[in-house]
Design a protein around this ligand. Structure first.
Ligand code: HEC
Length: 128
């Protein structure tokens, strides 16, 4: 009898342990989501991400602005993803993304940096 009761207690303890474990995992997942820089979401949307070394004119000011501001949320976009004509619209939309994901604190490029970036993107854009 007491044997059986002990068995029941063990089961209860295991259940509590499992519950606490699940709770901890849920909290960990939640914290991870909060601190994540929007990575997984955005990455799906930049098909051919590049690396800083593979950018055209990697040492130029424009390339540096791109690396600094444009890979917090997804792969580093190559300038050849868009034409000179469409880049300004994309950058405008990215500024909205940066504002909307304020929790992750993505700095919006200063007007000067934005100009440098647009000049750079247009110079190396996909030819129409
Ligand atoms: C705050 C996060 C964030 C930052 C920072 C960011 N992006 Fe994005 N980007 C996104 C999201 C989300 C998407 C997918 C939804 C969309 O296209 O608007 C995306 C998609 C893209 C795409 C693919 C869609 C398309 O229209 O071709 C390009 C290219 C791109 N971003 C370029 C940039 C550039 C250039 C910068 C730097 C000025 C930048 N991103 C910075 C969040 C961001």
């Amino acid at each position: 009898m007491s044997q059986a009761r002990t068995g029941g207690d063990e089961k209860g303890k295991l259940l509590v342990l499992a519950f606490v474990g699940l709770l901890l995992m849920a909290i960990a997942a939640f914290v991870a989501l909060l601190t994540l820089e929007g990575g997984p979401v955005g990455n799906a949307f930049v098909p051919s991400g590049t690396t800083p070394e593979n950018l055209p004119e990697p040492e130029s000011a424009g390339a540096q602005v791109l690396v600094r501001h444009c890979r917090g949320c997804h792969n580093l976009p190559s300038p050849t993803l868009h034409t000179a004509e469409t880049w300004p619209q994309v950058v405008e939309r990215m500024k909205l993304q940066m504002r909307s994901q304020f929790m992750a604190r993505h700095p919006i490029p200063s007007p000067t940096d934005e100009q440098v970036l647009l000049d750079y993107l247009r110079r190396h854009a996909k030819r129409p």
